[in-house]
Design a protein around this ligand. Sequence first.
Ligand code: FE
Length: 249
Amino acid sequence: MIFRQLFEPLSSTYTYLIGCPDTGQAVLIDPVIATMDRDLAELGRLGLTLAYSIDTHVHADHITAALELKKRVGSAIAAPAAERVACADVQLEEGKPFRVGSMEFQPLHTPGHTSGHFTYVLGERAFTGDALLIEGCGRTDFQQGDADALYHSVRGKLFALPDDTLVYPAHDYQERRVSTVMQEKKRNPRLGGDRTIEEFRLIMANLNLPYPKFIDYAVPGNKQCGVCPADLPENLGKYCEQMTESRQG
Ligand code: FE
């Protein structure tokens, strides 16, 4: 497998590039429109063809690059059926493995952050989206979020994966890149150890997080597979601009 973890600094999103060495086909999990050119350059450098973009859920903090990638390189759009993204070419469901070249992803329905949120398991790696973050989890106060559902998704499904499964989240705000199922089982302060559902409900109800500043634009845009809204205020314009790299060496 060819594998790269890529970072988008505006929303602290990780995009995962995964390629099949046998066929040269690749996927991007949770690609961001602002770093699309960077991701395409990386695919080109690796000699891979983008077959699919795959989102873990309808994001509220960035615009997915799914639609623009389809326009640029003809990649198909895969999304969780449970998120009801009508423009997706492939509707992913739990229990139905998703094949790309010689790779086989196992989609897992992990609701709680959003009702239709999915995790994708590929061999020893789990791409956990916003269901399970490193020593954290996604918020549960928008998009049909549900703390009880998230508790069951993480402890019932993700913590049931083999202990050495690598946990690759959709975000990290402290430059941590990867964890393991065992590590989160033991150390996740919200969901690990012997946390009860009552304790978790209380933690999530008392986070006091600010209203997500991009949600009113991102969610409608992402329900259309990644459309930048025309009425974007100037201070949010950077969410739809390309972040290009100027390398110095
Ligand atoms: Fe999210």
